[in-house]
Design a protein around this ligand. Structure first.
Ligand code: SF4
Length: 168
């Protein structure tokens, strides 16, 4: 019986075949991290970089990132752009409509902390973590596609460490 490097996968070989044993936690976390379907939530200029990341040059799909237009089919919200106070209840509603476990990436200075609207704006949220829990923050105005890819890889690493008992 052998352990493949540091992952909890054991292989017992027999003539003509073998048995592979592992934990359900491991299979589910690997699968989930490798197929993150994200809800489009672009509200301003950062969304242009999000769209560029999804196009052929950066090819988001190779990370298993597929965009969806419905929260019911999404594991992740990538909030990209300025979030106004009027928009906040919609963001929360969409988040609540996603099944668990669910994740949020705050892309760009506006979603992280209000960005250029931090001062002297009565209408912009000063960070979306007042509305929904955020898993990964990506600074920048706007962040480049490479930053978004790095943020998604960071989220994938986090998900791979999760256990079923963490889902709530
Ligand atoms: S962070 Fe900058 S680029 Fe992104 S939505 Fe705000 S103002 Fe636009």
């Amino acid at each position: 019986m052998g352990l493949i490097k540091k992952v909890p996968v054991y292989i017992e070989k027999f003539p003509g075949g073998g048995i592979l044993t592992t934990s359900l936690d491991y299979v589910l976390s690997q699968s989930r991290a490798s197929s993150l379907w994200y809800l489009l939530f672009g509200t301003a200029c950062c969304a242009i970089e999000l769209m560029a990341t999804g196009a052929s040059r950066y090819d988001f799909d190779r990370l298993g990132m597929i965009f969806r237009a419905s929260p019911r089919q999404s594991d992740l919200i990538i909030a990209a752009g300025t979030i106004t106070k009027k928009m906040s209840p919609r963001l929360r509603l969409l988040y609540d409509q996603m099944s668990q476990p669910r994740y949020v990436i705050a892309m760009g200075g506006c979603t992280v902390k209000g960005g250029p609207f931090y001062y002297d704006s009565y209408s912009v949220e000063k960070g979306i973590d007042h509305i929904v829990p955020v898993d990964v923050y990506i600074p920048g105005c706007p962040p480049r596609p490479e930053s978004l890819l790095e943020g998604c890889l960071t989220l994938q690493k986090k998900i791979k460490k999760e256990k079923i008992a963490d889902w709530s």
